[in-house]
Design a binder for this molecule. Structure first.
Ligand code: ZN
Ligand code: FE
Length: 261
């Protein structure tokens, strides 16, 4: 009934603030800057009905207070274990969020980038399965480990790996091309990575986002979701001169490799 749209609002140099709306009500995810959100809502004649937050970094929360001042009383859903301004609902693994747009989301605890980081997954009648993953998963990459351990992040990404392949993945940064350069260094013979790179170059040349991605695509091109693949294990072994003892260790070494890439 609701005909739900999901639109990227660009902010800063490479952030996306995803806006879910039904032509009347809107919910935004991780509004790091209020200005672009206010302009978009005004342009489209939308009324803000809620804010979803994945983690506490300023580029994801700095616009919240201004938006709440303009739209007093709206729900602000955010991680229970982090400090989120104006938060009205403190969420953790297993909690459910009923958006005023006919979409129910479930909360996943995904520590790693930050310790209290959460993600939102749901399946809408007209959206199919959708994942709002904040800075945990990027297209062809994953978030830096600012607070958590590699083991935590490996486990968090494991939760995503089990979601349906057709899940659309709404990442919060346009890092895809630089991530693909690393992915190619890890797997130079991976045809899917080559194809994705060509596709993204074309999208970016037309100033279009490379997102959302899908989980099925990420499983083919994202080295951080491919730590069980022989080619990735080989590459990591060559890069650090020893074979990793476990898949979690393959992930840890891959993440460390990318940090210095
Ligand atoms: Zn972040
Ligand atoms: Fe960020």
């Amino acid at each position: 009934m609701s005909n739900l749209h999901i639109h990227p609002i660009s902010a800063f140099s490479d952030n996306y603030i995803w806006c879910l709306h039904n032509q009347q009500l809107a919910v935004v995810v991780d509004p790091g800057d209020a200005g672009p959100v206010q302009r978009y809502l005004q342009q489209k004649g939308l009324q803000l009905a809620g804010i979803l937050v994945t983690h506490h970094h300023p580029d994801h929360i700095a616009g919240i207070n201004t938006l709440v001042e303009q739209w007093p009383g709206i729900p602000v859903w955010g991680p229970a274990r982090e400090h989120i301004p104006a938060r009205t609902q403190a969420l953790q693994q297993g909690d459910r969020v009923q958006l005023p747009l006919g979409l129910e989301l479930q909360v996943l605890d995904v520590p790693g980038h930050t310790l209290g980081h959460i993600a939102y997954f749901g399946t809408g009648a007209d959206t199919g399965p959708v994942l709002f993953c904040g800075d945990t998963l990027f297209s062809s990459g994953c978030g830096r480990l600012f607070e958590g351990t590699p083991e935590q992040m490996f486990h968090s990404l494991g939760l995503f790996r089990r979601l349906p392949g057709e899940t659309r993945v709404f990442c919060t940064h346009e890092y895809t091309l630089s991530n693909l350069k690393f992915a190619q260094a890890v797997e130079p013979d991976n045809r899917d990575i080559q194809q994705r790179k060509a596709d993204v170059e074309q999208l970016r040349a037309g100033q279009l986002p490379s997102l959302p991605s899908t989980l099925a695509l990420e499983l083919k091109v994202n080295p951080f979701l491919r730590t069980d693949q022989a080619d990735v294990i080989e590459a990591v072994s060559r890069n650090c001169g020893a074979r990793p003892a476990s898949e979690a260790q393959t992930f840890a070494r891959l993440r460390a490799w990318k940090d210095h890439f």
